[in-house]
Unconditional design. Structure first.
Length: 276
C-alpha cells in the first residue's frame, strides 16, 4: 500500500479530508524552506506538495511566480531540490510527498533519469502542470517504471474524454482545479462545478480528488470537502505568509514558523466532515 493509499484510508476512518500545503523548495533558501516544511507538518499537514523553482512558471499566479524568482535568485537548482527532498523524507518517513515541476525539467534531465532520481530521493508523486493528459503517455511510462505516481490535472471545464484520461492515468490522487486560469488567492475558489467534476471522474474509477486553485480560507477547505473532494491543496495563501515574513534581503523574520503552523492548523481543522 502506497503512502497516499495509507493516508486516505486513515483519513476516511477518522471522517476527515486531507489538507496539503504547497511549499516552494529553496524559497528563499534551502534551510528556510525546510523550516517551513517542518512548521507545516507541525500544524497538521497530511501530505506535502513541493515546488521546484522554474524560470517560466506559466500555470502560476503572481504570488507563486515571485516564489520561483526568490528561490532562483538565491541559487536554487534541481539538484538542491533533490537534496531537500532527501532531508524531508528522512525526517518524515510516512508523509506523502508530491512534486510540482514544469515539463522542461524532465526533458532536460531525460525522462527515466528524472523520475528515478526523484523517486530515490523520496518523492511519491509528480505533477507536471504544463503537460496535459493527452500528451502524458511517455511521462506515465517513465513514472511507472521508476515507481512514481503520475498526477494529472482535471480542469474545471474539462471534456469527458479528458476526465477519463485523468482518471485512468493519475495515481495517488487527482488534482481538480476549482476554476480555470492560474493559481492564486486573487480569485477565490469556486466549488460550483466541482461536484460535476468529482462525479465524472469517479465514474471512471479515479484516484481520490484534491481541489486546488484559490483555496485560501478554512471555509474554502470545508466547501471542497462537502462537494465531494478528498481534500484540498493550498499554495498562494501560504506563500503570501512566507513573503510577509521576509525582510528586504529575503531573510526570514521572527514569527514565520509559528505563522505557518497556525495557518495550516486552521486549514486542517476544516477538513473534518460533518457527521449525520
Amino acid at each position: 500500500m502506497s503512502r497516499y493509499e495509507k493516508l486516505f484510508s486513515n483519513l476516511a476512518s477518522r471522517n476527515e479530508g486531507a489538507f496539503v500545503p504547497f511549499i516552494m523548495l529553496s524559497d528563499p533558501d534551502p534551510d528556510t524552506a525546510l523550516d517551513i516544511v517542518r512548521a507545516a507538518v507541525a500544524g497538521g499537514a497530511d501530505a506535502l506538495e513541493l515546488g521546484v523553482p522554474f524560470s517560466d512558471p506559466v500555470a502560476d499566479g503572481p504570488t507563486i511566480q515571485a516564489s520561483h524568482i526568490r528561490a532562483l535568485e538565491g541559487g536554487a537548482t534541481v539538484d538542491s531540490a533533490i537534496a531537500q527532498i532527501r532531508q524531508i523524507r528522512a525526517e518524515f518517513p510516512d508523509l506523502p510527498i508530491g512534486m510540482l515541476i514544469y515539463g522542461n525539467v524532465p526533458f532536460t534531465r531525460g525522462l527515466e533519469t528524472f523520475y528515478s532520481e526523484f523517486q530515490e530521493a523520496g518523492a511519491d508523486s509528480i505533477l507536471l502542470p504544463d503537460v496535459p493528459v493527452r500528451e502524458g503517455a511517455p511521462f506515465v511510462a517513465a513514472a511507472d517504471k521508476a515507481g512514481i505516481d503520475p498526477i494529472f490535472i482535471a480542469p474545471a471545464q474539462a471534456s469527458e474524454q479528458t476526465l477519463q484520461g485523468v482518471a485512468q492515468y493519475s495515481r495517488g490522487y487527482i488534482y481538480a482545479i476549482s476554476r480555470d486560469g492560474v493559481t492564486g488567492t486573487e480569485k477565490e475558489s469556486e466549488t460550483r462545478g466541482l461536484v460535476d467534476v468529482v462525479n465524472n471522474v469517479k465514474r471512471f474509477g479515479g484516484a481520490p480528488i484534491l481541489l486546488g486553485f484559490g483555496i485560501s480560507t478554512p471555509q474554502h477547505v470545508a466547501d471542497a470537502i462537502s462537494a465531494g473532494a478528498a481534500g484540498a491543496i493550498t499554495g498562494s495563501a501560504l506563500t503570501k505568509i512566507v513573503d510577509a515574513h521576509l525582510d528586504e534581503n529575503n531573510k526570514p523574520t521572527d514569527g514565520l514558523a509559528s505563522a505557518v503552523t497556525d495557518f495550516v492548523s486552521k486549514m486542517k481543522a476544516a477538513t473534518k466532515r460533518a457527521v449525520g
